[in-house]
Design a protein around this ligand. Structure first.
Ligand code: EPU
Length: 429
């Protein structure tokens, strides 16, 4: 299994091109199941999760064609053409779904187009139980009958889905996306109440509109969809990955550097940017890029994760890494997932001073971190260790790099181009 070796203590300066968002690309790909025409996605990131979703779609009958790509292997120019003339299978099997929870997003499009779907329950994952009850609730509100059998959700809607009122008791990105896609092909009007407002949900909505859907209220907590009998092909550019941008913003902040993040705008990360500034980091929009610079001391700030436009859970681990070397104390509270502190014992191995109290972690800033062998069991936790390694004295060896490959395109190359001493150590399994 590959590892990443970092020799820390270098100040990072340079430019990083931000890729298309993984968490926008995955639901956008499943939208290809809604039409027999071609959905063309551009700015597609080169990630393991994209390949996993392409494999799942192929077994449902989607013809997947990928072309383009920058000479350096980056996403610029990468184009994915997805065509699903007919659905050859309405089953999303356990073997594919268990590898990636986002696979459950095929439920809505399959029921909407075929009146039936059999999708494996994804099960829990490292960061929490992550149930799919809200996805099921949305299908039921649109007239589907959903049974659970042998680990599968079996949804049927004889005669197709009907518009309905979907009221979510808590905000869910995935369930809002499922509801949006299903409602686009349901008969009549669907109202989605307490909808997620994340930029990735808006991006999906925009693509559906380009495919002929009629949707109002994107970016608010109440979305209205007038169902259509069919959708058509479209071309859509995937929104920038705000979590990737936030991660590299912290790379600049934690090393006292200066990085220009190209292709990203401040309004994708309002609460995060506020916190960075409060911590003593300068963040400015420069045309279509964001410049992140830190010259003075880092100051500890409290953060609490919330649905958008609140502070993103997907930047909690990275922000905690930053706080480990800030002056004073900071309280980091996780409200979205119940087990998203797996980076804490690993950061402690590098000299961080963190105590967990329930869903909060008290971080007391230390003078410096020391490199160590570390490993984490999810994507964002793993990258927080890379960030800590950039600031630490000595060598950090991050194990289980496959987590990083699920969500960060060319991580080592992007950081090395800014002066980081970082390399992938390839090892046979
Ligand atoms: N939830 C339920 N029932 C459901 C669905 C969700 O109780 O049916 C709960 C979850 O367990 C969680 C909360 O609702 O406690 C929010 O989950 P949400 O559905 O919003 O998350 P998701 O759609 O499964 C996406 C991202 C995650 C990101 C979350 C929150 C994708 C593919 N994944 O997950 O990304 O953390 O939204 O913003 O879009 C990551 O990229 O590292 C990642 C985990």
């Amino acid at each position: 299994m590959d590892k990443i070796r970092i020799r820390g203590g270098k100040t990072l300066n340079g430019t990083i091109e931000i890729s298309g968002a993984k968490n926008a690309a995955l639901p956008l790909m499943t939208a290809a199941l809604l039409t027999e025409e071609t959905l063309t996605l551009t700015n597609v990131p080169h990630l393991a999760d994209i390949t996993a979703m392409a494999n799942l779609l192929a077994q449902h009958g989607t013809d997947v064609a990928l072309d383009g790509g920058a000479a350096d292997g980056g996403s610029a120019g990468r184009v994915l053409r997805l065509t699903t003339p007919t659905i050859s299978s309405t089953t999303a099997p356990y073997d594919l779904v268990r590898k990636m929870r986002a696979s459950a997003l095929v439920l809505g499009p399959l029921v909407a187009r075929c009146g039936e779907a059999r999708v494996s329950l994804p099960g829990g994952c490292g960061i929490g139980a992550r149930p799919v009850d809200l996805h099921i609730k949305a299908m039921e509100a649109m007239g589907a009958k959903v049974d659970l059998d042998a680990g599968y959700m079996i949804a049927t809607a004889k005669g197709g889905l009907k518009g309905g009122r979907v009221v979510f008791p808590k905000v869910s990105v995935g369930a809002t996306e499922s509801a949006l896609m299903a409602a686009s092909l349901a008969k009549g009007e669907t109202e989605i109440v307490n909808a997620a407002r994340e930029p990735e949900v808006i991006d999906l909505g925009r693509c559906l509109i380009a495919m002929g859907a009629q949707i109002e209220g994107l970016g608010t907590d109440r979305i209205l969809v007038q169902g259509k009998t069919s959708l058509h092909g479209a071309e859509h550019r995937i929104v920038a990955d705000r979590i990737e941008a936030g991660t590299y913003a912290i790379a600049a902040a934690i090393t006292g550097g200066d990085i220009l993040l190209k292709g990203c705008s401040l309004d994708l990360l309002p609460a995060f940017i506020d916190k960075l500034r409060e911590a003593g980091v300068s963040v400015e929009q420069e045309g279509e890029a964001i410049r992140v610079t830190r010259k003075g001391p880092l100051v500890g700030v409290d953060v609490m994760t919330e649905p958008y436009p609140g502070f993103p859970t997907d930047l909690q681990a990275q922000t905690m890494a930053l706080m480990t070397v800030a002056e004073g104390a900071s309280m980091v509270t996780e409200t979205i997932f119940e087990n998203r502190f797996m980076h804490v014992p690993e950061l402690a191995r590098m000299g961080a001073n963190i105590n967990i109290h329930g869903s909060s972690a008290m971080v007391r800033g230390v003078k410096g971190l020391r490199g160590a062998p570390v490993m984490a069991t999810d994507l964002r936790a793993s990258v927080s260790l890379v960030l800590a390694g950039l600031a630490a004295q000595g060598e950090t060896l991050v194990q289980r790099v496959y987590h990083l490959d699920r969500g960060y395109e060319r991580l080592e190359a992007k950081l090395a181009a800014c002066g980081a001493d970082i390399e992938r150590v390839r090892e046979a399994d």
